[in-house]
Design a protein around this ligand. Structure first.
Ligand code: ZN
Length: 321
């Protein structure tokens, strides 16, 4: 046992805005966190591990000591009171036996849309471990989506209504699979044309009582709504239509309206295509995980500029250390 007498890991811990700005490639991350000491410091700086711990008996700051037989080779200790605490305690990583560096790399790969097979090969871990961690990460981003829900539309700074496209589409189309009938998933969605911000949700049907609360929740009054045939003009009219600007509805097959080329639903068609391609690849035939994969798509669409930093910040919020 050797003592390095450190009472805290990093000299300075980053604030949320700094963590959010983090964007490094897999190679950069691997270089910055090459050994266990630099990996621990990198994580403490970003609030993923406690930067200091107080003794449970005397309340004085513990010392970080090296214990080679431990998983992370480091542990918090108060020698006077025989108090020890794992450096992972209370963190997102507490439940895992994987090395901290591998967990960081896994998070980076997940953000960058690596296939599970590639993660298995790169990190030399089994499929169940990868599946579990991808599930944990989806739980984190689902929490983030719930905490800060996306709202669309409203009135722009110049006083003109912001255009929001509404529509629906069927994912993982109805089919027989291994002798079983699969119904597919109806998804209702909205996208703000100028920013590309979008909302999507799986819906059991297209009834007014299903869609109305969703539209109210997502779309701000004053928006210009362009919808395809499924979201009928009548439906919008029934939902206190005065709240939204009066506009024409584009027919499903008629993606560009002949009378007004601005009235089209191309952006949403494009987003459906991206979402479908991704979900088909990821979720295959797993109906149970459909919503969770849909949330992953929405979250990644939302934070596309700095997804890694945003994810680290969300983990540090959900697992404060
Ligand atoms: Zn003590």
């Amino acid at each position: 046992m050797t003592y390095c007498r450190r009472k805290r890991i990093a000299d300075k811990v980053m604030d949320e805005d700094e963590i959010k700005e983090e964007s490094c490639t897999l190679l950069e991350l691997a270089t910055q966190t090459m050994d266990i000491d630099s990996a621990i410091e990198w994580m403490a700086k970003r609030r993923l591990l406690s930067n200091s711990v107080n003794c449970g008996t005397c309340g004085e700051p513990c010392t970080l000591i090296t214990l080679t037989k431990k998983l992370d080779k480091k542990i918090w200790n108060c020698r006077r009171h025989n108090f020890t605490q794992s450096i992972r305690k209370g963190s997102f990583f507490e439940r895992s036996r994987m090395s901290l560096l591998d967990l960081l790399l896994l998070i980076n790969m997940w953000v960058e849309d690596y296939q599970q097979k590639e993660m298995m090969e790169q990190l030399h871990v089994n499929k169940n471990t990868i599946v579990d961690w991808c599930n944990f990460l989806r739980e984190v981003v689902e929490w983030d989506l719930q905490k800060s829900p996306t709202v669309l539309g409203g009135v722009g700074e110049d006083g003109t209504p912001i255009v929001v496209e509404l529509g629906e589409s069927k994912f993982l189309n109805s089919r027989y699979h291994k002798g079983q009938w699969r119904a597919g998933h109806w998804v209702f969605g909205a996208i703000e044309r100028r920013s590309g911000k979008c909302c999507m949700v799986e819906v059991p049907n297209r009834k007014q009582q299903t869609l109305e609360p969703i539209i109210r929740q997502w779309i701000l009054p004053g928006s210009r709504i362009i919808a395809d045939a499924w979201v009928s003009f009548d439906l919008l009219k029934d939902i206190d239509f005065r709240l939204y600007s009066n506009d024409s509805v584009v027919h499903e097959r008629d993606i560009v309206n002949q009378n007004d080329p601005n009235v089209h639903a191309q952006i949403i068609e494009n987003t459906w295509m991206r979402a479908k391609r991704k979900l088909k690849k990821q979720c295959g035939t797993s109906d149970a995980l459909f919503s969770s994969y849909l949330h992953e798509f929405l979250w990644k669409n939302k934070v596309k500029k700095k997804p890694f930093g945003h994810l680290l910040m969300t983990i540090s919020r959900l697992y404060p250390v």
